[in-house]
Design a protein around this ligand. Sequence first.
Ligand code: UD1
Ligand code: CA
Length: 457
Amino acid sequence: MLAVAVLAAGKGTRMKSDLPKVLQPLAGATLVERVLASCSGLQPNRQLLIVGHQAERVEQSLTGTATGTGGDSPYEFVLQQPQNGTGHAVQQLLEPLADFDGELLVLNGDVPLLREQTIAALLEQHRSSGAAVTLLTARLADPTGYGRVVADANGAVSAIVEHRDCDAEQRRINLINAGIYCFNWRQLAAVLPQLSTDNDQGELYLTDTVAMLRPAMHLEVADADEINGINDRLQLAQCESVIQERLRQHWMREGVTFVDPASCTLSDGTRFGRDVVVEPQCHFRGEAQIGHGCRIGPGSLIENARIGDRVEIVYSVVREAVVASDCAIGPFAQLRPGAELAQGCRVGNFVEIKKSRIGASSKVNHLSYIGDAELGENVNVGAGTITANYDGVNKHRTVIGAGSKTGANSVLVAPIQLGANVTVGAGSTLTKDVPAGALALGRAKQLIKENWQAPQG
Ligand code: UD1
Ligand code: CA
C-alpha cells in the first residue's frame, strides 16, 4: 500500500503574496498541481493534502480541477491548524492513517520540478533496501537555506540539520535534503509523537525523525534542478525557466524550430506538429495545439486554441479559437473566444473576431470587428466593416451568405441576414435583411453643388 502526503499548509511568508505559496502558478499549473502530477503515475492508494493557511482556497483550487466533478475528489484534505512545522504537519496524519500499513511518500508542496521517474526510483530503492526512511538528496554548489544531510559513504543517513541550526562545519556540507521522503509509515508513526521544538524556529521538524529511524538511507538525484524548492519569487522565476527550458527542448527534439528559444514560453498543454517554425517572442498558454508546417510569430500569444496545418500567425493574439488549415492571420489581429476560421481564411491587420464562424477562403483583411456572426465561404469583408452586434442590452447575430462582399466602412446592424452573393456599397449602414444576389446601399446620396460659394465672413 502506498499513501502520498503533500505538505501544503504553510503560508510562504517569503513570497510576500496574498496567494498561498502552493497556489503560485508555474508555466500555467500551480505548485501543488505539479507536485501531485509528479507522483500520480505511482497510483497511490491514498492521496492526502495537509492544508492550513487559506485551506479552503487550496482545497477549492484542487477539487475544481482534479476530477472536474468536485464531489468525488481523489484527495483527502487534512487540516493543520496552527502550522507548527513540517513535523507537526505530518503528525496530523496519525489519525487519518491510524489503520494504514505501507509506505508513506511525503512531498513538500513547494518542490515542483520532480520527475515521476525520480520518485519511482526513490520508492523502488526504499522497498528493496528495507530502510525505515529513504530521502531524496542533491549535491549543490550553493546549499544555502536547505537542510544539510549527514550521511556516510554507503548512503546511510544519521541526521538532517536545518541551515539555521547548523554550526560552521555543518554549513560546509553540500548534500542537501530535497524535502521528499519515503517512510515506513508504522515506524514513522511510532516516533512522530517524540518530536520537540528544540530548534532555532521553535517548530516541530519532520527532518528530526530521520535521526530516530534506522536504517535511514538517501538517494542522490542526478539532475539537481529537480529538487529546487520555492521559497521566494527569485526561486519561482528560476523554476519557471527550468520548466520552460525542458518544454522547449522537448519540442525541439520533436521537430519544432525555435528561432530564438529563450524568448518564447510554452505550457504543459502546448502541442506542435512537425516542421513548425516559432519565431521570436511567441507565448503559448493552456491547451494550445499547433498543426504541421505552421509559422507562428514573431510576437504572438496563443492560448487554448486549435490551429490547423500550414497556418501563419504574425504579431497576433489567438484565444479560445479554432483555426483550420492554410489560414493566414495578422499582423495585429485578435481572435477572441469562439472565433472559428474554416480552411484558407485570411484575417489581416487590426481585425477582431469574436464568437463567429468564418467560411472557407473568406477574407477579413483590414480594420474590422466581426462578432456573433456567421460568414459563408468566399466572403470578402471590406476594410472597416463592423458588425454592430450589441444594442446596449443584448447581442444579436449577423449572417453573411457565401460569395458576398461588403464595401469599405459598412456597418451591419444586427440582427441582420445577407443572402449569398450580396454586394454592399461602401459606407452603407444596413439595418434590414438583404436577399441573395442583391446590391444593398444604405448611405446618403452624394450631393454636388456646382460653383458653390462659401459664405463670406
Ligand atoms: C524544508 C526542510 C529542509 C529541506 C527543504 C527542501 C524541514 C524542517 N526542512 O525546509 O530540510 O531542505 O524543505 O525544500 O522540513 N508546511 C506545512 N506546515 C507547516 C510548515 C510547512 O504544511 O507547519 C509545508 C509548506 O507549505 C511547504 C513545505 O511544508 O510546502 C516545506 O516548508 P518550508 O517552510 O518551505 O520548509 P523549508 O524551510 O524550505
Ligand atoms: Ca521550502
